[in-house]
Design a protein around this ligand. Structure first.
Ligand SMILES: NC(=O)c1ccc[n+]([C@@H]2O[C@H](COP(=O)([O-])OP(=O)(O)OC[C@H]3O[C@@H](n4cnc5c(N)ncnc54)[C@H](OP(=O)(O)O)[C@@H]3O)[C@@H](O)[C@H]2O)c1
Length: 284
């Protein structure tokens, strides 16, 4: 029996594997990746590295074993039919008789188009009969703090979120919740609504950036249509820009405030404050 993490070469997957290695021996961990060279260091530390692609069902043949606990990290290829991709993993997990399949989903409150693939995958997982955990991850701090260059260039936070608030948390926080589920008992068929302990507005985010940089950074609210144009003008493919603007519109409606407390409960500690993520990003 192994704890298997897909998307292990990604930013969230790497956090999960690192935190797993603090709790279980490396030989009990399997990292599923498309490009093994991205995780060469993990293989050297004794982690089993398996090569598979959500687009190629045959690559999952024999990858899982009965009793495995699996984390399916949602993919990022929006144009390739993510529900079909994720179903490849679910089907293979079912055929093997895994003990648990946890899926990184999106908050139940999120109605934006971005959530459609997550709802479709959740349904496929429920229909499969495999013991599941829905990790309905809220927003990452890093969605913002890893994209500070244009903010610092223009001294402006531009968003279409109005006065809406977001209860984001760091990837490391969501990883900690996943590790608790993968290594603990009693999570079968649970749905967790995961978000940071404190919600913030974009005006407050701009104020925090001002405080930490010593500059005057202001929030410039725009319409979703204007944001789509700005992102497309910056080279983001138009359909993706529209999806991202749709997320901001959802934030304006309060759909990315998750106040269940599930994340800090599963992580066993308070979630990382936004100010810490800002400080870490400004140090880089
Ligand atoms: N909650 C949020 O705020 C938020 C924000 C952004 C994304 N997300 C979702 O959360 C997921 C994890 O976040 P992240 O920051 O770790 O994203 P990331 O760094 O882009 O990682 C995505 C992972 O998925 C893997 N992947 C993509 N397509 C695949 C395929 N066809 N077959 C096998 N593996 C595939 C990637 O493999 P490669 O390394 O080979 O590309 C990578 O390991 C994202 O993929 C996305 O679905 C959530």
């Amino acid at each position: 029996m192994s704890i298997v993490v897909t998307g292990a070469s990604g930013k969230l997957g790497r956090h999960v594997v690192e935190q797993l290695l603090e709790k279980v021996p490396a030989e009990q961990v399997t990292a599923v990746v498309r490009s093994p060279e991205k995780v060469a260091g993990l293989a050297e530390r004794g982690v089993r590295v398996a090569v598979a692609d959500y687009n190629a069902p045959e690559t999952f043949d024999g990858l899982f074993a009965a009793g495995d606990r699996v984390l399916l990290v949602s993919g990022n290829e929006f144009d390739k039919g993510r529900v079909r991709q994720h179903s490849v993993v679910i089907d293979a997990a079912k055929a093997a008789g895994v003990a648990l399949l946890a899926y990184t989903s999106a908050p139940g409150s999120l109605t934006a188009a971005l959530a459609d693939d997550h709802r479709g995958t959740e349904q496929a997982l429920l229909d499969s009969g495999v013991p599941y955990v829905l990790l309905r991850n809220g927003w990452y701090h890093e969605n913002y703090t890893e994209n500070l260059a244009p903010v610092l260039e223009h001294d402006a936070v531009v968003a279409a979120a109005g006065e809406g608030r977001v209860s984001s948390a760091s990837r490391a926080d969501y990883a900690a919740a996943a590790v608790t589920v993968l290594t603990g008992d009693g999570h079968e068929n649970a749905t967790y609504e995961l978000g940071g302990d404190e919600a913030w507005s974009f005006a407050e985010y701009a104020a925090e950036l001002s405080r930490q940089t010593g500059r005057e950074i202001a929030y410039h609210p725009v319409t979703p249509e204007a944001l789509t144009d700005i992102l497309a003008g910056a080279g983001v493919p138009e359909p993706v820009a529209a999806v991202l603007a749709g997320v901001d519109a959802a934030i304006a409606k309060g759909e990315l405030v998750v106040d269940s407390g599930d994340l800090s409960r599963l992580a066993g500690r308070p979630t990382t404050p936004l100010s810490e993520a800002v400080a870490a990003a400004l140090k880089d």
